[in-house]
Design a protein around this ligand. Sequence first.
Ligand SMILES: Cc1ncc(COP(=O)(O)O)c(C=O)c1O
Length: 407
Amino acid sequence: MPSPKFSYDGLFSSRSQEVPARKVVHPKYDFVVAYPDPETVPLDGLVDGLKEGLERDGKDLAYYPHPLGLPELRELVTSKLERDRGFKVTPEQVVITSGSSEANWLVIQALTNPGDTVITEEFVYTGTLGQLRRAGANVVGTPVDDEGIVPEPLEDLIKLLIKQNKRPKYLYTIPEFQNPTGTTLPRQRREKILEIAHRHKMPILEDDCYVDLRLEGKTQPAFRSLDDSGIVNYVASFSKILAPGLRHGYFTVPDEVQRRALSFRAGGGPSQFTSYAVVEYLKRDMYDHISDINGVQRHKRDAMLGALGERFGGMGAKWSHPQGGLYVWLEMPKNYDMTALQPICFEAGVGYAAGANFAPNGNGDNFARLCYGHPSPEYNREGIALLADIIEKQMAKNKARVAPGAR
Ligand SMILES: Cc1ncc(COP(=O)(O)O)c(C=O)c1O
């Protein structure tokens, strides 16, 4: 006889929330998530790297991993940061995490009390937005333009928040190929924002996870390379250059923040087994691989931009021309509700992320983020053409529906 169902009524912690069961369905033309190209995941190289790592140090798997993550990988991170971002840290100042999601989450928890105000870009990566809200933050977006955060309105916003007794605790920003808008913040603005941050004693959480995906133009210095006072907390990822399925990222922050952030770590950190594959592969092939994936992504970006030019220009749309990263930010005229259109397009085979998902201030219905990284160039072209067809059809239907009442 089956046992009667046990009830958890009254037993859940007040902090727990119900997560709705989510089926993962990929539409035929998948512009929803910033995935890399599946063909460029270096499977053979990872297998070789894993074998090498296991042959040399595999017996260490009998221990729990180092609390900061595999030492060799932390060393590789320090040389990468020095070479690519121009700042020096020691391996003890680097923490390997389960993707940069965990890195952000640990720092957010170390710095956020429920009710604290946190500033982000006006549109911001949904993952971090969700984490900030989960930590109880009052998230406020600051205005952005084609070059990212505009310093003067940022300072006005801080002053206003202080006046309202909501002094911002910190600024979370994605300065290089911002998610979702794709902008890169120029050096001068970074310097101004640092001045503002110091003036208001407001740390910066810098999420640099797209920096390696530059197709053209010049990489700007990281906030962290412009300022070593400790005001900048730096986060990055291996998801975008290798694969998100590996779940490897890292952060480097002032020692006192690191100690607090680690107090929230559960389960001992990411898999050391995976770290062997990541470090041995990257030691050998990191920069060749980055150059290969960017070659592939350039075609995809150009295919998407070409198709947008052919099909969306006539609708009065505007879109970004990203110099890298993995997406295009599409702005439709105000009467196009991309939030309402999202399920209709998805059902018809084209997935995108509606702009409102990224908006802490609740705007963005006429925006969409289109990721070109995973579909082939052909699928980028076909998918954008199909998206235009569906939107045109739906808008015509809406018009026909509104017209009788309007008469
Ligand atoms: C800005 C930003 N930060 C962090 C992440 C999380 O990536 P991961 O946890 O795979 O490193 C993403 C993923 O898309 C992102 O866009």
